[in-house]
Design a protein around this ligand. Structure first.
Ligand code: AMP
Length: 603
């Protein structure tokens, strides 16, 4: 089917052609069906289904009638109103309608929370044919008499279920009551709970109910996976899933703002290009984060459900539920961010062991089938990395410039091919965030039992950690401590030269290089490559910082740290600590929030 078959308004048909949209999506074909012209519609449609263009085309007859253009004179009052739950969605809708109506002379204005209301007031006073806004801001303009609903011929409620969930019922009812009775009302919603049916019953006239995608066929392009994990290894599971799937763009959901901020900063410290959006960001900050994801500067967006509402992120490959969704509807909303416009997507749920039954019920009620699969292990990711590194290095071996070849020949003579190839691999590998070992998760999957936190021990055959030249990124992979029975390290005696520092957390407080290394890097402004041997004692941890970085590191750690103020890093004193020192040693500290055992998953 083509758009011509649906006979949309000619001016809009031209805009579609300019945009390169040749075929209507299913929701567009459905809404534009001739039998629905002029009728109120109650449509279940997912984000990404092309619903904005669908309702944009549908209301064209109400706006334009038989005319090809709207009158150039300033409109007395808006003729169409679109209400959307969030400013992002409202702004996207405005942009979408702006290109669709570009040839008609229609003025499309936005009224959204977080933007300057006086500017909006001026724009409304200058005249608008179509107004797109969020419920609260629209009501503010009604209160101030900036907005006149008396000429409305069409009202569209986009993502109506979201708006009710966000507590906008009163605002919606007020707007619908104030709008002229003789209007057309389109109500679009991803889900159709009874509250939506009630709203439709009260404010629509004999609405035709349309389901663009029957529920059982919804999200067909999404592959669902569920991974049972030990709850305190959630972050490691996120890391390994991202490393395994290597999505070009992923959206990771957390239940709380704190969770979002924590995960985003930890992912960034580990070398992922991660950005976050949560409610506390200003509008420009949110837009910057989204832009970074769109243009590829960021590959991971961490968000809460509220912050992610209404975002248009068409190219997501992966939705990762770091915290389980609240219910089946939220699961569908979150997952619907991927697998859009014919692209395949993956939705991965990280399920704490004890919540397996909850997750099963949720999947069933969302009518999706998930494949239960273990989180990728460190070894699996290393095997994937082997192939990826071979490929990446091979791609670099393509064309060579004469200058480069000159340097290459000298290097070959001096070092030989193998050390050179391995140096190349090392460079490429340094870009990859280190995968994690999920000790508890593996143990549970094997024996159905979670070991105690302090029982982490290196396997008998684990390499002594670290060996000469091993960067912390490698070391992290063997994230194990040497027992104090090996004796305290003597500065200068280790395999790597540098200076020793100490931290006031130890094995009794869950010290583990896997979270210590990112913390040390952040506090000292160094990279993993600058950290050498790490030795964990019951109450403290000592570690080596490379000679080149030690002086700056010593300065950087003096700065107070807002994030983990109780964790102190200081130069290690060479005179060995007496038993009195041990007694005076700081009280055991708690590791950062995300590392704490039994951390509540929700605020
Ligand atoms: P929406 O569901 O309205 O958020 O639309 C998702 C994306 O699909 C938007 O970027 C639209 O511009 C795009 N889109 C809408 N209709 C079509 C179509 N017929 N063909 C290709 N892309 C479309």
């Amino acid at each position: 089917m083509t758009f011509e078959d649906l006979s949309p308004h000619p001016s809009l048909l031209q805009a579609l052609a300019l945009k390169g949209y040749a075929q209507p999506t299913p929701v567009q074909a459905l809404i534009l069906g001739a039998e629905h012209a002029g009728k109120d519609l109650l449509v279940s449609a997912q984000t990404g289904s092309g619903k904005t263009v669908a309702f944009g085309l549908a209301i064209a007859p109400e706006l334009l009638g038989q005319a090809t253009r709207l009158e150039a004179a300033k409109p007395k009052a808006p003729m169409a109103l679109v209400i959307a739950p969030t400013r992002e969605l409202a702004l996207q809708v405005q942009q979408e309608l702006a290109w669709l109506y570009a040839g008609t002379g229609a003025r499309v204005r936005a009224c959204v929370g977080g933007m300057d209301p006086r500017k909006e007031q001026r724009a409304l006073a200058e005249g608008a044919h179509i107004v797109v806004g969020t419920p609260g801001r629209l009501c503010d303009h009604l209160d101030r008499r900036n907005l006149d609903l008396s000429h409305l011929r069409a009202v569209v409620l986009d993502e109506a279920d979201e708006m009710l969930d966000m507590g906008f019922r009163e605002e919606l009812e007020r707007i619908l009551r104030d709008a002229p009775v003789e209007r057309r009302t389109l109500l679009l919603s991803a889900t159709l709970p009874s509250a939506i049916a009630q709203l439709a019953g009260r404010y629509q006239r004999n609405a035709v109910r349309l389901a663009a995608t029957p529920p059982e066929q919804a999200h067909q392009d999404i592959e669902y996976r569920a991974c049972a994990i030990a709850p305190r290894e959630t972050e490691h599971a996120v890391v390994n899933t991202l490393r395994q799937l290597e999505p070009a763009a992923a959206l990771v959901f957390c239940a709380t703002r704190d969770g979002v901020n924590h995960l985003q900063s930890n992912l960034s410290e580990r070398g992922f290009q991660a950005v976050a959006i949560s409610g506390e960001l200003t509008q420009p900050e949110r837009l910057r984060a989204l832009q970074a994801l769109r243009d590829g500067r960021a590959r991971v967006l961490v968000a809460t459900d509220v912050a992610a509402r209404g975002l248009d992120l068409p190219a997501l490959d992966l939705v990762l539920h770091s915290d389980l969704p609240r219910d089946a509807q939220v699961l569908q909303h979150r997952s619907g961010r991927t697998g859009r416009a014919g692209r395949k997507g993956i939705s991965v749920l990280l399920v704490p062991f004890r919540l397996r039954a909850v997750a099963e019920r949720m999947l069933k009620s969302a009518r999706v089938k998930a494949r239960w699969t273990p989180v990728a292990t460190l070894e699996e990711i290393r095997a994937l990395d082997h192939d990826r590194l071979v490929k990446a290095a091979g791609e670099l071996c393509g064309e060579s410039l004469e200058d480069d070849l000159g340097v290459a020949r000298t290097l070959l003579e001096k070092h030989g091919p193998e050390p050179l190839a391995s140096a190349l691999v090392r460079l490429l590998r340094a870009r990859l965030p280190a995968p994690e070992e999920l000790v508890e998760t593996a143990s549970f999957l094997l024996r159905g039992k979670v070991p105690r936190a302090t029982e982490h021990r290196p396997p008998a055959n684990a390499p002594r950690f670290p060996v000469r030249g091993t960067s912390a990124s490698h070391a992290q992979a063997h994230a194990h401590s040497r027992s104090p029975a090996h004796g305290p390290p003597t500065p200068g005696a280790g395999p790597v030269e540098g200076s020793w520092f100490q931290l006031n957390v130890g094995r009794l407080t869950n010290a583990d290089p896997r979270w210590l290394v990112p913390l040390i890097c952040r506090r000292g402004g160094v990279t993993k490559a600058d950290i050498g041997k790490i030795v964990i004692f019951p109450k403290e941890t000592r570690f080596l910082v490379s000679a080149g970085a030690a002086a700056a590191f010593g300065q950087a750690i003096r700065r107070p740290d807002k994030k983990d103020p109780a964790i102190r890093i200081e130069p290690y004193r060479t005179e060995s600590r007496s038993s009195q020192d041990e007694r005076l040693s700081p009280r055991p500290l708690r590791p950062p929030r995300s590392q704490r055992p039994d951390r509540p998953r929700r605020a």
